[in-house]
Design a protein around this ligand. Sequence first.
Ligand code: F3S
Length: 401
Amino acid sequence: MHLTNEEEQILKGESGEGTQRAMELLVAIGEAFDAERMIPVTRAHAASSGQEGDLYFVEMLAKGGARCKIPTTTNPVVSFEYFQNIMDISEEHEEASVAWKVKHYYKEIGAVMSQSCIPYLAENIPQYEEHVAFSESSATPYVNSVIGAFTNRESIQTALAAGVIGESPEFGLHLPENRKGTVLVRVETELRNSFDYSLLGQYVGKKLGSGIPVFDGISKRPSIDQYINLCAMMNVMGAIPMFYIPGFTVGARTVEEAFMGSTHRDKINVTHYEMKQTNEELQTTNGDIDLVMLGCPHYNLDQMGEVAKLLDGKRLRPNVSFWINTSATTKIMAERAGYVKILEDAGTHVITDTCVDMFCFNNMRGKTGMTDSPKCAYYRRFGNVRVASLKECVAAAVEGE
Ligand code: F3S
């Protein structure tokens, strides 16, 4: 890899040990992927997980004096402020201690403590053709495909390192020639709601594993949460860093344009049968529920409005708890819109800064939960799960079946 004098100096440790470690990682990745040089990136999102591996790297960089050079947002971990009022999350608890330190070091390194898994909607929005370094399952394909920025599918560590250096190795999706479609996905079934987009993402991610799908047959512009669900699930079940829905996403107006002249292409079909089978595979029970978990990825303002409308004037069934995860930014706007009052009057918890895969939900082990998110089902801390649309989750929590 060709490095500039300045980059060589950082690599030798002239800018401090933390910055040196960040550069070492980026150069090693660049060499592994045959990058010829580093290029500037202007924003990053580190999908901080609040777990051991995350702590190891951010602590090493922060203690070594590294500081973020470009806006670098963070993923949700846990809201200590919220949970300390309703359960024992003392710092002696091992997972709590790790999570607390992770938040501490991200703050120290100068990251933006957005603690949201949908930062591209509010706290950290890339522009068209801006080169960035975004990790997080929904973030990478959303940023590449819906916004038209350029990012590789980063890990927490490479995104954080890019945030510190302000550069990324130039390979993969930073190069226009690598952004051509690889698989034609013919959608031969109606996509009725956001949950159907989750099922589509689940099926396509699992079936393809990797590549750049080009969807054909989607005739209506997906809503923002439909895009988010598709993006998230393609990267839980597979590693799909971008996709095309010609006519709606950026970069290609037709299927042919999305393939950029490439004739080597695979093809899969998604019919009602694949969607039904995918749905059935997600369910581990059809019995009574103890809880509903929403907001994985974090609910945006439209979704907060939707769930508030469904719960307006209603009360949850006794012994059913209802959890809605969102970002601090969204919660403020949802409060102004009156949604949070409706939701709290109905008996729900509206939580910010928190991921469903955190120790604060450990007391749900053994309970039966329901969610509109196959991603939540995958990472759940509760026992059996039913996965269905938001409307069905609310119906189960309020009326039983
Ligand atoms: Fe967000 Fe955690 Fe789900 S980061 S997408 S709430 S697994």
